[in-house]
Design a protein around this ligand. Sequence first.
Ligand SMILES: Nc1ncnc2c1ncn2[C@@H]1O[C@H](COP(=O)(O)OP(=O)(O)OP(=O)(O)O)[C@@H](O)[C@H]1O
Length: 251
Amino acid sequence: MIEVDSLGFGYNQDKKILEDIKFDLNSGQCLAILGNNGAGKSTMLKCLNKIINPKCGSVYIDKEDVLKFKQSQIAKKMAYVAQKNESNRFTVFDAVLLGRKPYIKVAPTEKDIEIVKDIIERMNLKPYSLRYLDELSGGELQKVMLARALAQQPKVLLLDEPTSNLDLKNQLDVLKLVQQIARDEDISVIIVIHDLNLALRYCDRFLFLKDKKVYAYGGLEVVSSENIEYVYNVCVDVKDYGGNKFIIPAV
Ligand SMILES: Nc1ncnc2c1ncn2[C@@H]1O[C@H](COP(=O)(O)OP(=O)(O)OP(=O)(O)O)[C@@H](O)[C@H]1O
């Protein structure tokens, strides 16, 4: 379980971006972080694993405040996939193996190699295994970065718009896999995502950021037309289809 309390951050002294952020999430659950452009979603994700230092607050994982940890210790608890990923001259296999770095002392063990092979298989990346990252498409690269994060075997997985470069089938496949891995391996997943319908389909909890604060947090009930209209300033209808909720813009 992850518990975030009173988290605050500003890039400059006089301009706050996040104020009094508070939520908790059980293991095995996926949380969607929602809000408009510039609301502070990516900033919040980076504060959680201290890529940037929050000005105040705490982030407890299994009752330990990870903000007091060194980066090398945080890497065993949390994995992060950024919004923009740079490609380089690593092969796909080596890039995923890098996810094992927090655990490797001298050289990768057989277990490290097995974990990497397994995740490459599960994400249908085997045909790309020996390809270089700078020879991949944007979507293929995004999947490799997710595979690397999963190889890290974190307790909390932080994903910043993991489907932004993926085609429809890969969006569905990747989020389904993330949801399945979260449940099977008891990982809490925190996803910044713009597509409300994908969020509704694959996430259990929903957090709307607005005016630096948590405007609403909870289960499906908080994804209401009133909240969406207030947060995004767009009128929407919330419809039921086949037992699932769908958001349809009413413009
Ligand atoms: N390195 C930085 N230095 C100064 N300001 C920044 C920096 N990074 C982001 N910001 C500002 O902080 C605010 C929040 O940005 P952030 O990227 O967290 O928003 P977001 O909700 O993820 O947006 P989007 O949906 O467009 O990706 C924005 O006003 C942005 O301009």
